[in-house]
Structures are given as structure tokens and as C-alpha cells.
Ligand binder design. Sequence first.
Ligand code: OFO
Length: 176
Amino acid sequence: MISKKMSDRINEQINREIYSAYLYLAMSARMSEAGFKGVGHWLMLQYHEEMFHAMKFLTYLQDQGATVQLKAIASPDFKETAVKELFQRVLEHEKGVTKSIHEIMALAIEERDYATQVLDQWYVDEQVEEEKNATEILQAIDLAGGSTQGLYLLNLELGKRKLGVPSDFTKIGEGD
Ligand code: OFO
């Protein structure tokens, strides 16, 4: 059993993860509209990964017998349309999510909530990956030196991304 304070905090995190999904879905639509189909594809898979992050927390609350409380999702907030600025925004967003995931770990340690510490460690590791992915894309953009050809190749490369999480959320908890 987890504390009410912890279940409230995890419900808040579910909202943040679905907001992340919503943000990346909006970015995906914007970039695909602009002709960057590969970038749009990468962001669409990111949308799916964020929904997985939300569902993993949601399943955990259910496993702990806690109440799931879904809140309103804010409209996606971004203005960037250029590829480099967009990925700078992605990195900035992920750094904020990392901070939020670390707050859950700090609370779990304070409450001696060992189960949530184990769960949250998965997210701590995942955030290292999230920041690394965005950083590497920004490095690739810088290496291309802003050339059209470089962006064209990056777009093709990002279009090859494969889904890294299960697509069936009902399987969460069955050895994901
Ligand atoms: Fe859920 O990690 Fe990105 O936001």
C-alpha cells in the first residue's frame, strides 16, 4: 500500500506524462504538415512512448489498490517550427520531466516506500535515455551545419525509428 500523498503525486505524474504525449503529438502533426515526415514519425513514436509512461504509472496505482484520478490535459504549448529549435524545446521539456521523476524518488525515499523507489528507478533510467536522444539529435543537426541536405538526411534517419515500448498497454506488468 502506498500513501495518499504518493498516490496523489503519481496521479499528477500521469497527467504530466499524458501532457508530454499530447505535446509530441502536436509537434508530430506540425512537422508532418511542414513536410518533415521522418521527424513527424519520430515524434509520433515519442507520443506513444509517453502514453506508455503514463500507463505504467496507472497500472502501478491499480496494483497498489490506489485510486486513479485523471485530470484535464492542458493544450500543447510550443511555438517552434524549425527542426533545431523544436528539438531544443524537446530537450528542455525532458529536463523538466527528469526533475519531476526525481521528486517522486525523493518522496519515495523520505517515506521509505521501497516499491515506488523500484518503479521510479525505471523512470530515472528512462529519463537519461530521453535526454540523450534529444541531445544526440541536436548534435546531428549541428554537425549538418544547418544545410538543407543535412536536414534531409536527418529527416530520413528519424523516419527509421522503431517503437521501443510495448504497443499493447494491457500487457504492462506482464514482464515489460
Ligand atoms: Fe515520459 O519521458 Fe518524456 O516526457
